[in-house]
Design a protein around this ligand. Sequence first.
Ligand SMILES: NC(=O)c1ccc[n+]([C@@H]2O[C@H](COP(=O)([O-])OP(=O)(O)OC[C@H]3O[C@@H](n4cnc5c(N)ncnc54)[C@H](O)[C@@H]3O)[C@@H](O)[C@H]2O)c1
Length: 251
Amino acid sequence: MGRLENKVALITGGSRGMGAAEAQLFAEEGAHVIIGDILEEQGRTTASKIDTPDTRCLFERLDVLNVSNWKSVIQTIVSKFGKLDVLVNNAGVTSRKMLLDTSEAEWDRVMDINCKGTFLGIKTTIPVLKNSGGGSIINISSQMGLVGADYISPQYQASKGAVRLLTKSVAIQYAPNNIRCNSIHPAPIETDMTAEVRDNPEAFQNMLRRIPMARYGKPKEVAYAALYLASDESSFVTGSEVVVDGGWTAQ
Ligand SMILES: NC(=O)c1ccc[n+]([C@@H]2O[C@H](COP(=O)([O-])OP(=O)(O)OC[C@H]3O[C@@H](n4cnc5c(N)ncnc54)[C@H](O)[C@@H]3O)[C@@H](O)[C@H]2O)c1
C-alpha cells in the first residue's frame, strides 16, 4: 500500500527538475499525477515515463498565469478522476541580476510567475478540493523566502516570501474545509534552474561556502518533503514551512 494510494495530484512545473521528481515519487506511492507546465515536449516525455495502467501520469499544458488554462486543467482532472486531493504549486523562475540592473518588466515576470501563479492555482483549485472533502496544497517557496541575499536581485526573495505568507493565510482560511496548505523551502538543488551557477567554478564554490552541508541537494530530497505533506501522515500539519536547505538558514 503506497503512501498516496488513490490520491490525485496536480504538480505545476513538473516537466523537469523538482516537479518531475515529485511526479515520479508520488506515482511510486500510488497517486495519479497530472503534470501542468508550459514545456510541452519535455512534459509529455516525463509523463509517459511515469505513466502506468495503475498510476496514471498525464501531461496538460498549463501556463500558471492563464486562468482559462487552470480552469480547463481542473475540468479535465475532474472528468478523468472525479476529484483532486493535492496541488503542488512548484512552477517558478529565478533572476540573477542585482537590484539596480533589474527592470520593471523583470520584477513583474518573477513576481507574477512565482506569486500570482500560486494564487491563481489556489483560487481555481479550492472549490474542487472542497468537493473532494479536503486536500493538501503545497507551495514551493525557497530558503530565499526566509532570508535575504547579497548576490541576486531581491525580487526572487520577495516573490518567495510572499508565497510563504500566502500559504499561512490559506491554511487558516480553509482549515474548516479540511484543506491544508504548507510551504517547502529548498536551498540550492541540482536542477536546470541552478545549472548556470554550477557550471561556473567560481560561482559554484561561492555557493558551496554558504551551505553547511557543502553540497547541492537532489530533487528527490525535496520530493520526499512534498510526499509527507501530500500524504495523510501530515494530517495535523498546516500553515507550516518545511526547510530542505542543507543548513543554509540555520546560520
Ligand atoms: N533549484 C533550486 O535551487 C531551487 C531552490 C529553491 C526553490 N526552488 C523553486 O523550486 C521550484 C522548481 O524549480 P526547479 O529548480 O525544479 O526549476 P526548473 O527550472 O528545472 O523547473 C521549473 C519548471 O517550471 C516551469 N514553469 C516556468 N514558468 C511556468 C509557467 N508560467 N507556467 C507553468 N510552468 C512554468 C518550467 O517550464 C519548468 O518545467 C521553483 O518554484 C523554484 O523557484 C528552486
